[in-house]
Design a protein around this ligand. Structure first.
Ligand code: AMP
Length: 285
């Protein structure tokens, strides 16, 4: 049976996190120096390190079967691929930005202006949809410098924290596109390869689920168990185990990390003590 061919970014922002995701799925990757193709010894997978901007084309024409790629790159290359899973990392947005002293009320500001970007296709269709005629100046990097050197009035670039914009005296005015790393597949996958992909997906989903959830345990007075159970937005009913100390129990459950911060004060007020939050490695439902 032939292996599933997976493309990941050769270098750049997505490279390391893509490798970590695969390794956390139990996939052994022996990185030979400068190797561009790796056969995985413990899973029917072949990994190819490719240039980010080439990846959508390779997946589209079936040279590789699947890829880990930013959804913005798929959009820019306008290739019809199947998005199999959102991977929850490399979250960013493609945004329009202008020098901070400019007064921008709405998109009409960009009418007849010059915009520098590395994402001309995505920007072009956004501007067309919004009936804005602007000159798009395509550059391959350091886009944020363009207004300062008089190359453009504004830019359209990827933003995550906003610190690069800030450092260059720019402010974000509108979001063109939201993006994150995704697992994308060619539309014409054979049945055998789909079976391998399903096995890989099973592992990835167990991992992604676990990344969002935390194991929580705390000591509670027995008479407070019903109150505390009501406060906890948990998956299932908690496990209750008696402590050696009379009248107290240990309460265990699983909680979404972002929900935990909302209820911590209520838990303490209701009498919970010694609250521990522990990472979960994998989660199979
Ligand atoms: P690069 O490392 O510049 O080749 O970027 C590769 C991909 O990483 C982009 O296509 C985006 O999907 C993602 N990316 C780029 N910039 C950012 C950012 N500031 N924050 C998060 N992800 C980003």
């Amino acid at each position: 049976m032939s292996n599933l061919k997976l493309a990941i970014q050769k270098s750049g922002r997505l490279h390391q996190e893509s490798l970590s995701l695969l390794k956390d799925c139990g996939i052994t990757i022996d990185n030979g120096k400068d190797q561009l193709k790796i056969n995985v010894p413990n899973f029917p997978l072949e990994i190819l390190y490719l240039r980010n901007s080439d990846i959508p084309q390779y997946v589209y024409d079936g040279t590789v079967d699947i890829a880990i790629i930013g959804s913005n790159t798929i959009e820019e290359k306008a290739k019809e691929l199947r998005i199999v899973e959102n991977l929850g990392f490399a979250k960013c947005r493609l945004s329009l930005a202008v020098p901070k002293n400019e007064q921008v009320q709405d998109l009409s500001y960009f009418q007849n202006k010059k915009i520098a970007t590395s994402y001309p296709n995505t920007l072009k269709s956004f501007l067309e949809k919004n009936h804005i005629k602007a000159e798009i100046h395509t550059i391959s990097g350091s886009v944020e410098i363009a207004p300062n050197i008089g190359l453009a009035d504004g830019i359209c670039d990827l933003v995550s924290s906003g610190s690069t914009l800030f450092k260059n005296g720019l402010v974000e005015t509108s979001i063109v596109l939201e993006s994150e790393a995704v697992l994308a597949s060619t539309v014409k996958l054979s049945i055998q390869k789909q079976e391998i992909l399903d096995k890989l997906l099973f592992r990835i989903r167990a991992l992604l689920r676990a990344r969002k959830q935390k194991y929580i345990l705390m000591n509670v007075p027995n008479d407070k168990i019903p109150d505390i159970t009501k406060i906890l937005p948990v998956l299932k009913s908690p496990t209750i185990m008696p402590l050696a100390q009379e009248g107290w129990s240990s309460l265990h459950s699983v909680i979404e990390e972002n929900k935990f911060w909302r209820v911590i004060d209520d838990l303490k007020e209701a009498g919970a003590e010694g609250i521990l939050i522990i990472p979960i490695n994998k989660m199979v439902l």
